[in-house]
Design a protein around this ligand. Structure first.
Ligand SMILES: Cc1cc2nc3c(=O)[nH]c(=O)nc-3n(C[C@H](O)[C@H](O)[C@H](O)COP(=O)(O)O)c2cc1C
Length: 337
């Protein structure tokens, strides 16, 4: 009897540790992985790690919260794929704004094929900054991505007229960011050799020259080694994640929507590249606000497209921090694992 109780006690902590580990594959701004998971015997806490917040490029912490929201959604999917029903409380303590979410288990739940597919692609999803192919995204695929995003937040697909405005705003944002010495230094750090091991962007995921596109991607301030073909992003579709408010909780939820959209896109062969500079520069944020025409506050722009089969395979994977840096299991007695 005592043995059975111990086994039941052990399970949630193991499931939480596994979910927090799986969430390490989530996308994050400049691959900063600005989160810390704390595993308790019956609770999993998600904290923001402000030491990896971009002081110049993300002073409000919007991109940090979006990143942590993506990690939260990854953990939710991992728990669901393991057959656990989890209850999430977001920003549970007003006195501790860095405690972003608490998850508890509410018993077992049936595992769907859909959740298994999403959990599988968490391990292979990646950011591919090369131009997409000329194949248009089928409407049904676009609808599936929008439906996934809307289950967690809001996604607005831009018309081709809007895309031209987004393109000039992204170009302006790149100029403003390149002219800001602190932002440029931050980019140099997170893409350079001195960056914290297991974080940032290696040269292998950065294009070896500027890509041909209507909407310029982030200017990382240095060329990488990822070979880029002569293709143009004509067939790309652009969308905005947005919502009613502009608070940390809204950004966290938007990160969950980003993850939901991106994982679904990956299951159906659609590539996603976030464009955050255009949101972080005040003047160009207003262009996005205007493009949303009263729908809400913009959080992130996304490029969607079908990866070009002429490019040779996906880019190398970005590194990740060692588990001990992002998952703290010290609150769980060692016998639980
Ligand atoms: C909130 C957020 C903002 C991002 N902004 C950009 C961006 O402006 N340009 C870009 O090329 N990638 C952007 N990314 C993608 C990250 O650089 C990428 O997720 C990270 O380097 C990890 O690589 P992976 O997605 O291949 O796992 C963003 C990701 C997130 C979550």
């Amino acid at each position: 009897m005592r043995h059975q109780t111990a086994a039941i006690d052990r399970l949630p902590a193991v499931a939480f540790a596994d979910a927090a580990t799986a969430a390490g594959d989530a996308p994050s701004i400049l691959n900063t992985q600005p989160w810390l998971w704390r595993v308790h015997p019956h609770r999993l806490d998600l904290f923001a790690n402000r030491s990896r917040q971009l002081a110049a490029g993300d002073p409000q912490g919007r991109q940090l919260m979006l990143s942590c929201g993506a990690a939260l959604h990854h953990a939710r999917i991992a728990l669901a794929a393991d057959g656990w029903a989890a209850h999430v409380t977001r920003l549970p303590e007003a006195s501790d704004p860095d405690l972003l979410a608490t998850l508890v288990i509410n018993g077992r739940a049936p595992v769907t094929m859909e959740v298994l597919r999403l959990a599988h692609v968490m391990r292979i999803r990646h950011t591919d900054r090369r131009p997409v192919s000329e194949r248009p995204i089928p409407d049904v695929a676009l609808q599936a991505i929008a439906t996934a995003a809307r289950a967690e937040g809001n996604l607005h697909v831009l018309t081709s007229e809007n895309v031209a405005d987004l393109g000039s705003a992204a170009g302006r944002a790149a100029v403003v960011e390149a002219g800001d010495a602190q932002i440029a230094a931050e980019l140099m750090y997170w893409t350079g050799r001195a960056r914290l091991p297991g974080t940032g962007l290696p040269a292998s995921v950065l294009p070896d020259h500027a890509t041909q596109t209507t909407v310029p991607g982030r200017d990382f301030g240095r060329a990488g080694t990822l070979p880029v073909g002569a293709g143009h992003d004509w067939a790309a579709v652009y969308a905005l994640l947005f919502g009613d408010g502009d608070t940390p909780q809204d950004w966290l939820r938007a990160g969950e929507a980003l993850s939901a959209a991106w994982l679904t896109a990956t299951t159906i062969g659609v590539s996603v590249v976030p464009l955050s500079g255009v949101v972080e520069v005040g003047g160009t944020w207003h262009t996005l606000w205007r493009l949303l025409a009263g729908l809400g506050h913009p959080y992130l722009a996304l490029r969607l497209g079908i990866a070009d089969p002429e490019q040779h395979g996906p880019p190398a994977r970005t590194p990740r921090l060692p588990l001990a840096e992002v998952v703290d299991t010290s609150a769980v007695p060692s016998g639980h694992f």
